[in-house]
Design a protein around this ligand. Structure first.
Ligand code: MN
Length: 199
């Protein structure tokens, strides 16, 4: 089990939440690293952007969700690393528990790390995080192309998520509004609680 999941485990009571416990070693699927964006209807609604790296899912909570417009700067608050098997978690975290509320997998795919230094040499993901500048390319079902995460408030681990001005940029798209459903189940985050209640 990854030592990096201590914060994740400490925040949760696994007798009460169906979230993955983070105790089982989950082998990487092989191939390119994966990403997931989960829509989370918690006390304050947000999107969780998670990138697979070094055996965990690096995580940021983005209140307004990702944009496809390069002019938008979306607040992204870094949160605790999550276990790899969180990548397909959907369901309802009970009220009163950490993150209580419903979760759907809004987008999923693979990502490529693009960060380079001033001499155009590749930088490791760990160094990019330490330096507060991470550049990457997504290949998802809803989102594609380049994005940058840039830290602007280190004390609170606050970053900005910005779309690169590339072929996949589109100032007219509003994917969080027009494509609200899960790429796994087809349910929106509002429908998931009804589903669980009926089950
Ligand atoms: Mn969340």
């Amino acid at each position: 089990m990854s030592e990096r999941l201590g914060d994740y485990r400490a925040k949760r009571d696994f007798d009460r939440t169906d979230e993955p416990s983070g105790t089982t070693d989950v082998p990487s699927a092989g191939g390119p690293p994966r990403f997931v964006i989960q829509h989370h209807d918690a006390s304050s609604e947000h999107y969780d952007v998670r990138l697979e790296a070094d055996g965990v899912l690096l995580s940021w909570a983005v209140p307004k969700g990702p944009s496809t417009d390069p002019r938008d700067k979306r607040l992204a608050v870094r949160t605790e690393d999550h276990p790899l098997d969180y990548i397909d978690f959907e369901g309802t975290i009970p009220a009163g528990e950490y993150g209580g509320g419903s979760v759907i997998v809004w987008d999923v795919g693979t990502w490529v790390h693009l960060t380079t230094d001033d001499a155009d040499q590749p930088v490791s993901v760990a160094d990019a995080l330490a330096n507060g500048h991470l550049s990457f390319r997504l290949a998802g079902e809803k989102l594609a192309g380049g994005y940058t995460l840039q830290r602007f408030l280190p004390e609170q681990d606050q970053w900005l998520l910005v779309k690169h001005a590339d072929d996949e940029a589109d100032a007219r798209r509003r994917p969080t509004s027009t494509q609200p459903e899960s790429v796994l189940s087809g349910y929106t985050v509002q429908q998931i609680p009804d589903l669980m209640g009926e089950g």
